[in-house]
Design a protein around this ligand. Sequence first.
Ligand code: GLN
Ligand code: ZN
Length: 758
Amino acid sequence: MSERTNSPFTATVLGAPRIGPRRELKRAIEGYWAGRVDAAELEATAAGLRADTIAQLSAAGLDSIPVNTFSYYDQVLDTAVMLGALPERVAAISDPLDRYFAAARGTADVAPLEMTKWFDTNYHYLVPEIGPDTTFTLNPEKVLAEVAEARTAGVNARPVVVGPITFLALSKPIGAGSPLDRINELLPCYLELLRVLAEAGVEWVQIDEPALVTDIASGLPALAGSVYSALAQASARPKILVATYFGDAGEALPALARSGVDGVAVDLIEGRLESVVDVPELSRLHVVAGVVDGRNIWRTDLEKALATLGTLLGSTGSLAVSTSCSTLHVPYSLEPETELDDNLRGWLAFGAEKYTEVATLSRALTGGREAEAAAFDACAAALATRATDPRVHVDAVRERLAAVNDADVTRGEAATRLAAQNERLDLPALPTTTIGSYPQTSAIRLARAALRKGEIDQAGYEQKMRDEIKSVVDLQEQIGLDVLVHGEPERNDMVQYFAEQLDGFFATVNGWVQSYGTRCVRPPILFGDVVRPRPMTVDWITFAQTLTAKPVKGMLTGPVTILAWSFVRNDQPLSESADQIALAIRDETVDLEKAGVGIIQVDEPALRELLPLRNADKQAYLDWAVRAFRLSTAGVEDATQIHTHLCYSEFGEVIDAIAELDADVTSIEAARSHMEVLDDLNSVGFANAVGPGVYDIHSPRVPGTSEIETSLAEALKAVGPQRLWVNPDCGLKTRTTDEVTEALTNMVAAAKSVRAGT
Ligand code: GLN
Ligand code: ZN
């Protein structure tokens, strides 16, 4: 297979996970950081994982194997290294690996690159900085090494690199001008890359341009046309496959098809088949058809996928079967998931299962369905149970949802609510509070581990959590906060905690996916209609309330955030899943209220994360997201105060939506943007109370009282004392108790002094 062939490849994936089936890479890298693992050992672990991936993909029957998809931290950072575009501040670090990790995570002296979400996935990339000092020089060592390694393994390797448009479109400008203006300076690097890859005997190179399915910059289709015409004219080069994914490449497709490149990869899960079929020029190209969902965990309907491929046959030069994007976003394999029942197992496909699907479809495309009848029949039988399983369609849920009307998503007038709440709660001006979590102490971690190992029973575990709640309540009393929380010790994660208690969700045992660097998450799988069998938080909150005369806030996660951090259903619109979760959260708020809880916070930190990539789709999303939040929170009386919490800054595109949530109090990340968000909220007429974060909890630095006073004075210019709450930027679970005690003591002192002056 390592020999060059004239007919293009037939079966592939656009990339694969790298963290290791048992998170081996995470452990090796963290060991290296801690000084327990040396560079040679780390590289040996990495090489082993790369070899395993190559062997796995090749054994599954793929005839073109993506390489250079491995990364010690992030593929965008790898691209910045390849292009010689790391910021000046890390240049002095002479060891390349340490320089790389310094750019990723910072050191005592050097700030890291910023991190942000990779399109609409839960993967986070490091944001390259492009400024007047940035120059570009090619460093192809990594990609060449991975090509050579795959060659030794005897496979047909296809190196993958992030493309110039996507690289610049995702970069942060330093100083004036847009990074995309620098495209002509960057192209020589890519031309040189093509030359060295050709020299290394590479037949196909995959250049990733997911930016082409978005509207992050104007004129992207035309830019794609000119950039790829220039690259296609390289005197020596491999065949170029431009990969678009996470959506529909739209107008960029004909531009690419005319540019002279040899192939395009298209996402047929989130993109439209017509976008491909309608481009006559594609009849001269190799089209890599993403018919197997690379980022969600559902089994492919082989019958439907084969029909799609059949349609494409007539309008493409040649055709390969692929996943829609890299399988970086799904767990390695279903095999360790021993808790799955047969039905559910039959509906799912993780990485390994997807590779088999791709190979099966590719064989069926050439050999006919009959040759693969066993696989097709097994697939059809498994998927048939999905339509009839009683957990997937729960009539009571659907009937209740159908009956929801405008009154169910509308609370009383804000002013009326405020009056009722003031009378009930009797809080001082500028009330002080926190966002929910307190430090995840070693006592909490030990108790969770002991429960898992069976060393303590559920009752013993719950007692330890109550001890923890008591100490957090005592601490807050002692600090003098006005509205207390229970501290969330019982929550491993703000989404998984609820998913574990709601019917319709499944929590995997080993379904880890990379979130960023060495951080992995295990998103729950939403597979059925959502039913809340019993209250989820009432016992904890009411217990906390017995310990204090101050009000204790109930603490819930909102429907959008639960969806954003889960694998979601693909058999109904997201909005419907959101509404189902909203009903469960609504029932919880009503139960909390019945139990005497006067303040309930429904967190929506992920509100911005589900924003569609195309501008035209954004408003419809915001409409249903806001409605789902309101459905979650409008079941309570006027006198019950609803809070929400939002973070991860950059609220611009969702600022109207935040106002429309109509929470009584909105706590919002603001410390890093110097309270600017308050002016934005004012500009859309938001008149409810807000708690702009007065200090950044992401840093271990403890803010001084006068510094917080300055922030509050700043905030008071934008919102009067009647509307202002005082709180940190986000939850405190990553901080130490000492840091928290000192910071909150200063925060309360600052609030008191500013209060006295109003
Ligand atoms: N209530 C959560 C906490 O305090 C909110 C976390 C978040 O916004 N990401 O931890
Ligand atoms: Zn937050």
